[in-house]
Design a protein around this ligand. Structure first.
Ligand code: ZN
Ligand code: ZN
Length: 394
């Protein structure tokens, strides 16, 4: 199934984001019956809808996956634990109970489904770093929760000295055949929940789960150039696999702290630097923030407010690339709010000087402004003259 443009899972199931697990289950059940392949033979769109609903249900019916989906969207699930529903029969293996009726609700208990080897679930954690660490790369310590095989029972779930025994109900197969109306379905054994084995005496340390919840600390090497929401994988550090399957992975989602002076746009950095009016007019060397601290920058004579000076090579590196971005210095010309008597005197002299020789750009601007607001007279007076008959001065 090609689901490259993935629809929102809540939308797929037609439920609100606050929907309860019961509402989600009921909605999925309705859709599954409507798009059931037995009811829509040869209809590939119905088959796709059926699979899409199953995928949405798998995520939203699982508290852990749902929380991850709410936080990270589809990105939080990539490479994740969902079954690849390539085949309709996979869906029955996962949620077969839902169509059988009797064991409805069993599917929500999660845990052991079928006896096929499955890769463990991925876990997620976040890793916070400064902009400088992101630029240089860093090794960080992350902490995350996952399950590990219980030490008391070596993961069997059976009390020390006892062993799980074969399930009588399904003769150890983990699956039973159920007939429901026109549907003849293979569903998960309700007695052993698909494990094929029954634990008579549960291990007290893990209550028969075979797993205990652990908090794990790992070191993770973050490559230079990462941006926020990039995920760095710790292979094999996720949840343990089922029935001999490999463990899942741990994904560290990068968060980058705000820098007091620099903002990032991809591989480029931006900063704002205040200069005085006289520095703008005469040119100056000013200190600008960079990743390596303040550095001198030449401001050219005649720099305008809002001009951007581009400094090559002072941006962020590309992850696993050879390129490096630029630093864009946005020049902010500050107008003084209060003046010393001497400054005021100098500025008044400057103003007097400016009236005698208006700069070329200003003269064009003010003549254009005057043209724009010229009163238009429908009687046909010369628009170039005002009421007093004198020429407009610009
Ligand atoms: Zn145990
Ligand atoms: Zn069984």
């Amino acid at each position: 199934m090609n689901m490259s443009a993935q629809r929102d899972y809540y939308e797929v199931l037609g439920v609100e984001r606050k929907a309860t697990t019961v509402q989600i289950t009921e909605s999925y059940r309705r859709l599954a019956i409507r798009f059931h392949p037995d009811k829509n033979p040869g209809d590939s769109e119905a088959a796709d809808r059926f699979k899409e609903a199953a995928r949405a249900f798998e995520v939203l019916s699982d508290d852990n996956l749902r929380a991850r989906y709410d936080r990270f969207g589809h990105a939080g699930l990539q490479g994740g634990p969902q079954h690849e529903f390539n085949d309709i029969s996979d869906i029955f293996e996962a949620f077969g109970d839902m169509f059988g009726g009797g064991a409805f609700g069993e599917a929500l208990s999660g845990g052991r489904r079928g006896s096929r080897a499955r890769k463990g679930r991925d876990v997620f954690c976040s890793v916070s770093m400064s902009l400088l660490e992101a630029a240089r790369g860093a090794t960080k310590t992350v902490e995350f929760g996952r399950h590990e095989a219980c030490g008391s029972c070596d993961g069997s779930g059976a009390k020390k000295g006892t062993q799980p025994v074969q399930c009588d109900y399904c003769a150890g197969r983990g699956q039973v055949i159920q007939q429901a109306g026109v549907f003849r379905l293979q569903t998960t054994c309700p007695a052993c929940q698909g494990a094929g084995r029954i634990i008579r005496e549960k291990c007290p340390s893990c209550s028969g789960e075979g797993l205990t919840e652990e908090q794990v600390e790992r070191r993770v090497t973050i490559p230079a150039g990462v941006d926020r929401d990039v995920r760095v994988r710790l292979a094999g550090e996720g949840e343990p696999g089922a029935n001999g399957g490999p463990p899942g992975d741990c994904y560290c989602v990068i968060e980058i702290e705000d820098h007091p002076f620099l903002t990032r746009d991809g591989r480029d950095l931006h900063c704002e630097v205040p200069i005085t009016f006289s520095q703008a007019a005469l040119g100056a060397t000013v200190q600008v923030p960079t990743l390596d601290g303040a550095k001198p920058l030449e401001i050219k004579r005649g720099t305008q407010a809002g001009d951007v000076v581009r400094v090559r090579g002072l941006g962020m590196p590309e992850v696993r690339g050879r390129g490096i971005g630029d630093l864009h210095v946005h020049v902010h010309v500050e107008v003084p709010k209060s003046l010393s008597p001497r400054s005021e005197q100098l500025l008044r002299e400057l103003a007097a000087e400016e009236q005698k020789s208006v700069s070329p750009k200003r003269s064009t601007f003010f003549s254009r402004l005057a043209d724009y607001f010229q009163p238009r007279d429908p009687a046909g007076h010369d628009p170039g003259k005002n009421d007093h008959g004198t020429e407009e001065k610009t």
